[in-house]
Design a protein around this ligand. Structure first.
Ligand SMILES: [Zn+2]
Ligand SMILES: [Zn+2]
Length: 120
């Protein structure tokens, strides 16, 4: 297998195995354990390619975080610990359909609050 394919697969495999929506930095240190020679730049390039192909989605900004789950879901952002949780709800899938204005290609919904571990 080509080196770039192996690298791409390692990134995708790691992302598919976590639910934490890791940043590029975290993905880099995780993948480096498996592929010690991989560079920072390569990780960013792979993430960009995967994003453009629709195999992963970018969640949040500064720093960007990534998600290999591309099914319709919202994200709950805890304002205390910064964790991002997946929220699946059938109403969310309904939003991801045709609207009067046009067909929805993708969407992002963020819910902000305190997660159970942090609050009440
Ligand atoms: Zn929290
Ligand atoms: Zn998610």
């Amino acid at each position: 297998m080509e080196r770039s394919t192996i690298q791409k697969q390692a990134v995708l495999e790691y992302l598919k195995g976590v639910k934490t929506h890791p940043s590029a930095e975290i993905i880099f240190s995780a993948v480096r354990k498996k592929l010690p020679t991989i560079s920072h730049g390569t990780i960013y390039r792979i993430l960009n390619t995967l994003k453009q192909k629709g195999e992963i989605i970018e969640v949040a900004k500064e720093p960007a975080r990534f998600d290999a789950d591309t099914s319709p879901h919202a994200h709950f952002v805890c304002q205390d610990c910064g964790k991002i949780y997946d929220v699946f709800d059938k109403n969310i899938s309904l939003i991801n359909k045709k609207t009067k204005i046009g067909k929805v290609q993708n969407f992002q919904i963020y819910l902000y609050g305190q997660c159970r571990k942090c609050g009440n």
